[in-house]
Design a protein around this ligand. Structure first.
Ligand code: FAD
Length: 305
């Protein structure tokens, strides 16, 4: 039986630290989170931050305040949110660190025509060195959390890219508590050598038969075999295609009447995943609109950014 204590809503830590009164954290380690560098400047880093006094839960986010002035309004930069990538006890389970996973963000400025402008905070974090101090806020997020009765439920976690962060913590909460139901993680990434936390998840698969792990590599050699049902650009294998490919594993778990589905990652990912979930509902449970049913019953939680 699971013994992990999860807080009731009243006990959820929330905004202990704010823009006005931030916590000063210190970078303990910073590592490239993928096996390979695809191209100069393309980088995702796992960063562990010493954060004494910060209480948080898997699924919550912390704020990071980058230094400097925002040229758009001549005011100090405001915080950016990052999902915590560690469980509430931190990577070392001692309770005084928080981890985040950060992708360098670039954008094209349509007003000036400037291409590939580096995002302020993602670059600040990816450039941070061990020992650097960071201004932190939070934690925030009261919804995208494991339910108190998690031991009684199956979970389906759907992630793209850094959206895997909350699930890394939640998997630790579940699997280190003696959890006996089934938890599935579907993770979509662009390249086979950019699978985030792959070695860790493989180790969990070897140890916990009730953890199912499905990876979708969109720019790999595999092509979408289901383009008649779910067409994708260039026949790419996105998370929803891999989910459908593993439908006989995921479908029965998805259809249980208290299974909870969590989705986190790139805005837009929900479109294909909803289509596949509805198709699974029709195939495995005679449910016409599974997405609506899960939503109505509070069993579909989505955080896309
Ligand atoms: C709940 C939540 C959780 C998140 N978790 C993660 C996570 O785990 N990992 C992660 O990497 N990211 C995460 N993010 C995204 C993160 O908060 C940042 O948005 C991301 O790092 C980019 O921030 P930045 O400062 O680098 O980019 P910014 O400099 O803030 O640029 C972001 C966008 O702002 C616009 N912009 C900026 N400057 C201008 C300008 N001068 N003129 C016009 N437009 C402009 C552009 O559209 C640009 O794409 C999360 C977001 C949310 C909401």
């Amino acid at each position: 039986m699971a013994s992990q204590h999860l807080p009731t809503p009243a006990e959820i830590p929330f905004n202990t630290y704010t823009m006005k009164k931030p916590l000063v954290g210190t970078v303990v380690s910073t590592e490239i989170a993928t096996a390979a560098h695809r191209a100069p400047g393309v980088e995702t880093r796992h960063i562990v931050i010493k954060s004494p006094g910060l209480k948080y839960l898997s699924g919550q986010s912390i704020g990071v305040i980058p230094p400097g002035i925002n040229p758009r309004n001549n005011r100090p930069n405001v915080l950016r949110l990052y999902s915590v990538a560690s469980c509430g006890r931190g990577d070392d389970r001692r309770g005084d660190t928080v981890s985040v996973i950060v992708a360098r963000h670039y954008w094209d400025n349509e007003e000036t025509g400037e291409k590939q402008v580096p995002g302020v905070c993602s670059h600040y974090l990816c450039d941070a060195k061990v020992g650097d101090e960071l201004q932190l806020t939070g934690p925030v997020g009261k919804r995208f959390l494991l339910p108190v009765d998690f031991a009684e439920r199956d979970f389906v976690f759907l992630a793209t890219g850094t959206g895997v962060a909350p699930f890394r913590g939640m998997l630790a909460d579940l699997l280190e508590s003696g959890y006996e139901k089934t938890v599935t993680l579907v993770l979509g990434v662009p390249y086979a050598d950019s699978i985030l936390y792959d070695a860790e998840f493989q180790a969990l698969v070897a140890k916990h038969p009730n953890f199912k792990y499905v990876v979708a590599v969109s720019r790999g050699e595999d092509k979408n075999q289901y383009s008649d049902l779910f067409p994708t650009r260039g026949d790419k294998v996105y998370a929803h295609i891999a989910m459908w490919d593993q439908r006989d594993v995921i479908g029965p778990s998805l259809m249980k009447d208290n299974t909870a589905v969590y989705m986190c990652g790139l805005k837009g990912m929900e479109v294909g995943l909803h289509e596949v979930m509805n198709k699974m509902g029709q195939t495995y449970g005679n449910v016409e609109d599974l997405v609506a049913k899960l939503g109505d019953e509070g069993r579909l939680l989505e955080e896309v950014y």
